[in-house]
Design a protein around this ligand. Structure first.
Ligand SMILES: [Mn+2]
Length: 319
C-alpha cells in the first residue's frame, strides 16, 4: 500500500463528515467514482454530502446514490472534502472552490498534470479511471465491496475505457471489472442502461449532424458539426451530443476527429479526438483550451464558418 493511500485511509477512519465533488458536465467516471466512494463512506457510518456543479445527466440516473447529489452545498462544516477525477480544480465550479468550510482536501485523479492542490494527492495516470483509485482505497480500508458500490465502480471503468477499447484498458481495469461482476454487476444490464437506452431525440440530432461530415487533410482529419438550428429542429440539447465525435474518428485513415458544437451565434465549442498518433492537445492549447493527447477541447469566438476556418488553418500549419 502506498504511503498516500495509507494516510487517506487514516483520514477516513478518524473523520466523520465528508464533502464529495467532481467536475462540471459529469461523465461516467466522475459519477461512478464519486458515488462509489459515497456508498463506501455511508456504509461505514460516515456523514456524506455530494455536490456537483452540474446536474446528473439522465443517462446516469440509474446509479445508486445519483438522487443524493446536491446542486448546492449545505451551510455547515465538513471534516474533509474529496475531489475526484477533476483534471483541474476550477472544474469543480465556483461554489465548491469558494466554500471555506470543506476541511482538508483529498485529490483523487488519474489526469496527468492535475495539480497537487490537496492535503493528500493520489494522482496516478496509470489508473484507467478514478474509480480504480476508489477501489484501491476500498481494499486498503478492508471494505467488502457490495453490489451497489460495485455497479458504480464498474460504470466508472467501462465508461472511461470506452467499453475496454481505449489504450488505458489495462490489466487492472479488466481485473477490477471481473471482480465487480463477481460482486453482482450484470454486464448486459449496464450496457443496456448506457448504450441501449438513448432518447429518440439523440438519434434525430445525430441524423442532422452526420450529413455535416467533412473529411480534410487528404483523409487524415474529419469533422462533424451541430448547429443551434439542429437543437431547435429536434428538441435535443447539448448533453445528447456526447459521443458524436466518435463517428468522424471511426473513419479508416482518420487520425484526428473534430466536433464543432455551436453554443451561441458567436461562440463554438471545439472538441478534438485522436486515434493516438497525433497530440490534439496542441490544437486546443493554441486556441486557449485544454485537454490531453487523445482528447482535448476549447471554446472559440466567432460564427461557425469563422471558427471552422480558424481550426482548419491551424491544422494546416501543424499536421
Ligand atoms: Mn476519469
Amino acid at each position: 500500500m502506498t504511503e498516500t493511500i495509507q494516510s487517506i485511509v487514516e483520514e477516513i477512519r478518524s473523520n466523520k463528515s465528508f464533502l464529495l465533488t467532481s467536475h462540471e458536465g459529469p461523465d461516467g467516471d466522475a459519477l461512478g467514482s464519486t458515488l462509489a466512494l459515497a456508498s463506501i463512506l455511508r456504509k461505514t457510518g460516515k456523514d456524506v454530502v455530494i455536490h456537483f456543479r452540474d446536474p446528473v445527466p439522465d443517462l446516469y440516473g440509474f446509479l445508486p446514490g445519483a438522487d443524493t447529489v446536491l446542486a448546492h452545498i449545505p451551510d455547515r462544516n465538513f471534516d474533509m472534502a474529496f475531489v475526484l477525477d477533476i483534471g483541474e480544480l476550477s472544474r469543480a465550479g465556483n461554489e465548491f472552490c469558494s466554500f471555506s468550510r470543506k476541511g482538508k482536501i483529498v485529490n483523487l485523479d488519474h489526469h496527468l498534470g492535475c495539480g497537487n492542490f490537496g492535503t493528500h494527492n493520489l494522482i496516478d495516470p496509470t489508473a484507467a479511471a478514478t474509480g480504480v483509485l476508489v477501489y484501491r482505497i476500498a481494499c486498503a480500508l478492508g471494505y467488502r465491496i457490495d453490489a451497489e458500490t460495485a455497479l458504480c465502480l464498474y460504470v466508472s471503468i467501462i465508461t472511461d475505457t470506452g467499453s475496454f477499447r481505449y489504450s488505458n484498458a489495462n490489466r487492472e481495469a479488466f481485473t477490477i471489472a471481473g471482480e465487480m461482476i463477481e460482486c453482482g454487476v450484470n454486464a448486459w444490464d449496464v450496457a443496456e442502461q448506457l448504450y441501449e437506452n438513448q432518447p429518440r431525440k439523440r438519434l434525430e440530432l445525430l441524423a442532422r449532424c452526420l450529413p455535416t461530415l467533412e473529411v480534410i487533410k487528404g483523409g487524415l482529419a474529419a469533422s462533424v458539426t451541430v448547429s443551434l438550428d439542429m437543437y431547435a429542429d429536434t428538441g435535443a440539447d447539448a448533453e445528447l451530443t456526447d459521443g458524436f465525435v466518435n463517428y468522424p474518428r471511426s473513419i479508416k485513415g482518420v487520425e484526428v476527429a473534430i466536433f464543432f458544437r455551436q453554443i451561441s451565434e458567436q461562440k463554438v465549442k471545439v472538441g478534438f479526438r485522436s486515434k493516438g498518433k497525433v497530440n490534439v492537445a496542441v490544437f486546443s492549447a493554441a486556441l486557449g483550451g485544454g485537454g490531453h493527447h487523445n482528447a482535448a477541447g476549447c471554446t472559440v469566438d466567432g460564427t461557425l464558418d469563422e471558427v471552422k476556418s480558424k481550426v482548419y488553418t491551424l491544422m494546416d500549419a501543424v499536421l
